[in-house]
Design a protein around this ligand. Structure first.
Ligand SMILES: NC(=O)c1ccc[n+]([C@@H]2O[C@H](COP(=O)([O-])OP(=O)(O)OC[C@H]3O[C@@H](n4cnc5c(N)ncnc54)[C@H](OP(=O)(O)O)[C@@H]3O)[C@@H](O)[C@H]2O)c1
Length: 324
């Protein structure tokens, strides 16, 4: 089969598009014929050796796919060959086939196209877990989302609205803000043209934000850390801007707010039942039209490095997908 293979940590354009052996099915697993794979910011970090996880070489990046079941391993009784599924391999998504633990495979409703199914999980499931289990977001609270037109930022805008929050979207361009607005954002802040701390003060009437979904890091994190309401929750989601901020903890003491880490991949391992319940709720919201996947572009697998570079270079609105 064709796959995108990482043989050493390095720039994204050093990834190899090549023929490798098909995965062999084993007990408790399935082999999936991949129709589409979601591209996420962490994929680019992973192949450069900049991510929390550092897999042995060679490896295939990609942790979310949609397709059909090709083979069932021993002991897998709840799925069948040919069934449409969403599958979450830890690695291996940028390929024509992937071996996936059966626990991380779920039926894909016929109404969801493969491109959207592949892009529905990581970004939305991270936002869902963050706002539900980590922030315990309440109706009427103010939610600030940074990088709000990115994959997981746009998902947080949509899910924040479902949960009844007033959503303040923070983006770098008017085009991105328009997309956040079309997905439900109530207040728009362009943080390349305005001082973010002042703009958040004005947008919250001086009270500060109850919850911040912070994906960017650096100065953006610092501005948010000075814009929190009493008993607020500042969610540490990512550092797309490249700088992991250092945080003066006295701010949290003085303002009485919490800094809350979010790691969706670990959540799926630590709490498989919670993960399954969240996925059921998320797929229900999709089928009811309450959440949607905005696929900016789908590129062929052979151009996966281009897709990853677009994500890393701030050029994507919503999600990028690759198709074998
Ligand atoms: N904690 C978790 O479990 C988890 C799960 C998934 C993703 N993440 C993290 O969340 C972050 C966003 O992931 P994503 O897949 O949504 O990425 P994405 O689609 O690329 O969105 C990231 C957004 O960050 C903003 N940004 C600001 N400075 C940037 C820079 N120098 N380069 C690139 N983007 C920049 C961009 O919005 P503007 O142009 O509007 O500023 C961009 O839309 C990443 O750091 C990722 O690692 C964490």
């Amino acid at each position: 089969m064709k796959a995108i293979v990482c043989e050493a940590f390095g720039p994204v354009d050093e990834l190899q598009y090549k023929d490798i052996a098909d995965p062999v099915v084993k007990a408790g697993h399935v082999v999936v014929n991949i129709e589409a794979a979601g591209v996420n910011f962490p994929d680019g970090l992973l192949v450069q050796g900049l991510y929390q996880m550092q897999p042995p070489f060679p490896f295939i990046p990609g942790n979310e796919v949609a397709g059909t079941i090709a083979e069932l391993g021993e002991g897998v009784n709840h799925l069948k060959v040919g069934q449409r599924v969403i599958a979450l391999p830890l690695l291996g998504g940028y390929a024509e086939k992937a071996l996936v633990p059966a626990t991380h495979v779920m039926p894909l409703p016929d109404s969801i196209p493969a491109n959207e199914g592949a892009a529905l999980v990581t970004a939305h499931a991270t936002a869902h877990h963050a706002l539900k289990q980590r922030a315990k977001l309440q109706p009427g609270e103010t939610l600030v989302v940074t990088g709000a037109a990115g994959g997981t930022g746009l998902a947080a805008v949509q899910i924040g609205k479902i949960m009844g929050a007033k959503v303040i979207a923070v983006c770098s361009t008017e085009e991105k803000l328009a997309l956040a607005k079309a997905n439900g954002a109530d207040v728009l802040i362009n943080y390349t043209e305005n001082d973010l701390k002042d703009a958040l003060k004005e947008a919250t009437g001086g009270k500060g934000a109850d919850v911040v979904y912070e994906c960017v890091g650096g100065d953006t994190f610092h501005a948010c850390s000075r814009s929190m309401a009493w008993e607020g929750r500042l969610l540490v989601v990512g550092f797309a801007g490249g700088e992991i901020p250092k945080f003066p903890v006295n701010l949290s003491l003085v303002k009485g707010y919490s800094v809350v880490g979010v790691f969706w991949g670990s959540f799926t391992q630590h709490d498989p039942k919670g993960f399954a319940a969240n996925m059921q709720e998320l797929l229900g919201w999709y089928v009811q039209g309450k959440v949607k996947v905005v696929v900016d572009e789908a590129l062929p697998l052979s151009r996966a490095t281009e897709a990853m570079e677009k994500v890393m270079n701030r050029q994507v609105k919503g999600k990028m997908v690759v198709t074998p």
